[in-house]
Design a protein around this ligand. Structure first.
Ligand code: NAD
Length: 354
C-alpha cells in the first residue's frame, strides 16, 4: 500500500516489476512522465539491501530524469530501471538478454541507457534483444562515452556561474576543489587546468589521483579534507548527498557546481547551504550533457550538433540565476519550476483536442 501511495504522490505513469527465477533477474522499470517523449534513463545494477530500497531509488531517479530532460529541451520523458543484486555475482549474458526482453514489454515507453554497474559490453548484450536503447558504444550512430559531454556541460555552467555569481569573465586564477577525478572529474580537471585555474583534488582511487598528478600537478587532499578547502568552486564529481547537515557547516567555497547526481541530501539542505552564502547550482541542470549528447542519436548522431546543444547549459544557468533574482526563489526551486512549465506547455495542445 505504501508503494502505491508513493506512485500516486508523484504521478508515476507506470512501474513494472520483473522476476525471472530461471536467470536470476529481479528488476524494476519506472516510467514517471512521458509528456515530452518516452521515459528515458539508465539501468542501474546494484546490490540493494531490499526491494523497498530498490523501488525508492528507481522512483527517485526516474522522476529526476523527467526534470533533467525537460529543462534540457529533450524529446524524452523520465524513466529509469534497476536490476537488484550484486553485478559481480549475478551478471550473465542470459540475465542481460532477459532484461532486454523485459524492456520490450513496455513497448517503447521506456528507453534504456547505461548507469552504475553496467558496462559498455553489458549494454551491447541488452541491445541484442531490444531496440529501445541508446548510448550503445561501438555501434554505428553511437554517441560513445557520455562523460566528456557531461564534463563539457558542467564547464559551461561553471563559466556562467563565474560571470553571474563571482563577476569573473575568465576562470584563470579561480580556485576549484574537485571531489572525484574519475571519468567526468578528470575531463574537468583537464579543461580547468588549461584555463589557468588553481586546482585541489581528492579521490579514493590512487590511480585516478596519479593520472591527474602526472599531467596537471594539482594539490591533493584526502577525501575527508576536501570539504574544508577554501576555494571559489566546490565541484562534486563522485557521490550523491554530499550537501548535508554534516558538510554544510564545513564548506569554505562560494559556489557548489558539479556532475554528481542528487547532491542535496534533502531539499532543506538547499536552503541551509544558501543561508551560509553559498550558491548551489542545480545538479540535474548542469550535469545533463551526457543525456543531451545521447539524445542526438535519435536523429542521427553528430558530435558538433550535440556539443552545440550541450553548450546551451550556459544560457539555461544564466536564465535560472536571473529568474531566481526576479522571483526571489532559490535556483534549485526555479529549475524545477522551469522544467514543470515546459511539461505543462507541452500538455496544452493535447488538452484542446480532448
Ligand atoms: P566515475 O566512477 O568514473 O568517477 C567517480 C570517481 O569518484 C572515481 O574515481 C571514484 O574513485 C571517486 N570516488 C568515489 N567515492 C569517493 C569519495 N568518497 N571521495 C572522493 N572520490 C570518490 O563516475 P563519473 O562517470 O565520472 O561520474 C561522476 C558523478 O557524476 C557520478 O555521481 C555520476 O552519477 C554523475 N554523472 C555522470 C555522468 C556521466 O556522463 N558520466 C552524467 C551525469 C551524472
Amino acid at each position: 500500500m505504501e508503494g502505491i501511495e508513493k506512485l500516486n504522490k508523484n504521478n508515476f505513469e507506470k512501474v513494472v516489476f520483473c522476476n525471472d527465477k530461471k536467470v536470476g533477474l529481479k528488476a524494476i522499470i519506472a516510467v514517471h512522465d512521458t509528456t515530452l517523449g518516452p521515459g528515458t534513463g539508465g539501468v542501474r545494477f546494484y546490490p540493494y539491501s531490499n526491494e523497498e530500497d530498490a523501488l525508492e531509488d528507481v522512483l527517485r531517479l526516474s522522476r529526476g530524469m523527467t526534470y533533467k530532460s525537460a529543462i534540457s529541451h529533450l524529446p524524452f520523458g523520465g524513466g529509469k530501471s534497476v536490476i537488484i543484486g550484486d553485478p559481480v555475482q549475478l551478471k550473465t549474458e542470459e540475465l542481460l538478454e532477459r532484461f532486454g526482453e523485459f524492456i520490450n514489454t513496455l513497448q517503447g515507453s521506456y528507453i534504456c541507457a547505461k548507469d552504475v554497474g553496467i558496462g559498455s559490453q553489458d549494454l551491447r548484450v541488452i541491445s541484442r534483444k531490444t531496440k529501445h536503447i541508446l548510448g550503445v558504444e561501438g555501434t554505428k550512430n553511437s554517441s560513445g562515452d557520455p562523460s566528456p559531454a557531461t564534463a563539457f556541460g558542467v564547464l559551461q555552467a561553471i563559466r556562467a556561474l563565474a560571470k553571474e555569481v563571482l563577476g569573473k569573465l575568465h576562470l584563470d586564477g579561480l580556485s576549484f576543489a574537485i571531489q572525484g577525478v574519475g571519468s567526468v572529474g578528470y575531463d574537468l580537471v583537464q579543461s580547468l587546468h588549461a584555463e589557468g585555474a588553481k586546482l585541489t583534488i581528492c579521490d579514493v582511487n590512487k590511480h585516478a589521483i596519479n593520472r591527474c598528478l602526472e599531467k596537471f600537478s594539482p594539490k591533493v587532499v584526502s577525501s575527508e579534507a576536501i570539504y574544508d578547502v577554501k576555494c571559489d568552486f566546490f565541484v562534486p564529481c563522485a557521490l550523491g548527498a554530499v550537501i548535508n547537515s554534516q558538510t554544510i557547516p564545513r564548506f569554505k567555497c562560494k559556489v557548489i557546481a558539479g556532475a554528481a547526481n542528487n547532491q542535496l541530501a534533502t531539499p532543506q539542505d538547499g536552503y541551509e547551504i544558501t543561508k551560509r552564502g553559498i550558491f548551489y547550482a542545480p545538479d540535474y541542470v548542469i550535469n545533463a550533457g551526457g543525456i543531451i549528447n545521447i539524445a542526438e542519436e535519435v536523429r542521427g548522431y553528430s558530435k558538433s550538433r550535440a556539443y552545440d546543444r550541450v553548450a546551451h547549459i550556459y544560457q539555461t544557468m544564466i536564465e535560472i540565476i536571473h529568474r531566481s533574482g526576479k522571483e526571489k526563489e532559490l535556483p534549485f526551486i526555479i529549475a524545477d519550476r522551469m522544467a514543470e512549465e515546459i511539461i505543462e506547455k507541452a500538455k496544452k495542445p493535447k488538452q484542446k483536442l480532448a
